[in-house]
Design a protein around this ligand. Structure first.
Ligand code: KIV
Ligand code: NA
Length: 264
């Protein structure tokens, strides 16, 4: 299997073949998802919450994300690896966006970058695409704007649907190869998907997108607390790991580990 490229994703949309994307932030997760045939791996700025233990995605820096990108790309042979640009590293100007994206491509070994925003980010998207960097856009609920959007809530309901459609068309016109739609009503996401030539990737955007994305620690049951409604849990890794850690500690305390077979 050859490495996925953006033109292949476009062909899959034309063929009506949905594809899958997951986040990844380290070697083994990346290797496993790559082997499973996940077409796109996103080194999300959600590493803020899922790797670094921050409360939101706002604090994570370019310097914190680049080494994760490098690990993910090195661990994969098939997946297209997308680097998420963190808050504050691209909104300032197209040149700032370009300089940041170049770092992720050169030092992070990413194949594409992702940034949040619709029509207002069109100059940034255009600048990167002109510079040879494929761009994935992200509209609807955009976590980096949590404070101006008034918290985690569905975007594009009612009258706001027209703005979401306009954002989707704007990022396509600016040259994005795909667009994530987060927490957008299913019928609005479906209409956008029909209208666009580029792939739409849903997260809390219903079933009629060209692709879906989830954060892997959410869908594999690693994280604690209540999951968002749009997450389906496919595994319970937290209990698996908790049981293993407890069994190991018990064995050490009782002397059951190491046994003769573990001893030189
Ligand atoms: O950072 C992230 O995990 C994301 C996806 C949820 C799309 O942006
Ligand atoms: Na993100």
């Amino acid at each position: 299997r050859r490495r996925v490229r953006t033109h292949q994703l476009r062909r899959m949309k034309q063929d009506g073949q949905p594809w899958a994307m997951l986040t990844a932030y380290d070697q083994y997760a990346a290797e496993i998802f790559d082997e499973a045939g996940i077409e796109v791996l996103l080194v999300g700025d959600s590493a803020a919450n899922n790797v670094y233990g921050y409360e939101s995605s706002l604090p994570v820096t370019v310097d914190e994300l680049i080494p994760l990108n490098r690990a993910v790309t090195r661990a994969t042979r098939y997946a297209l690896v997308v680097a998420d640009l963190p808050f504050g590293s691209y909104q300032g100007s197209p040149e700032q966006a370009y300089d940041t994206a170049v770092r992720f491509m050169k030092e992070g070994h990413a194949h594409a970058v992702k940034l949040e925003g619709g029509a207002e980010m069109a100059p940034q998207i255009r600048r990167l695409v002109d510079g040879g960097i494929p761009v994935m856009a992200h509209i609807g609920f955009t976590p980096q704007s949590e404070h101006s959007l008034g918290g985690y809530r569905v975007q594009g309901r009612g009258d706001a649907a027209a703005k979401t459609m306009a954002d989707a068309l704007a990022v396509q016109d600016a040259g994005a190869f795909a667009v994530v739609m987060e927490m957008v009503p299913g019928d609005v996401a479906a209409e956008i998907t029909e209208r666009l030539e580029i792939s739409t990737i849903g997260i809390g955007a219903g079933s009629r997108c060209d692709a879906q994305v989830l954060v892997w620690q959410d869908m594999m049951g690693l994280r604690t607390g209540r999951l968002p409604r749009f997450v389906k849990q496919y595994a319970d890794l937290r209990s698996t790991m908790l049981d293993a850690a407890r069994a190991y500690a018990d064995d050490v305390r009782t002397g059951a580990f190491p046994g003769p077979e573990h001893t030189f």
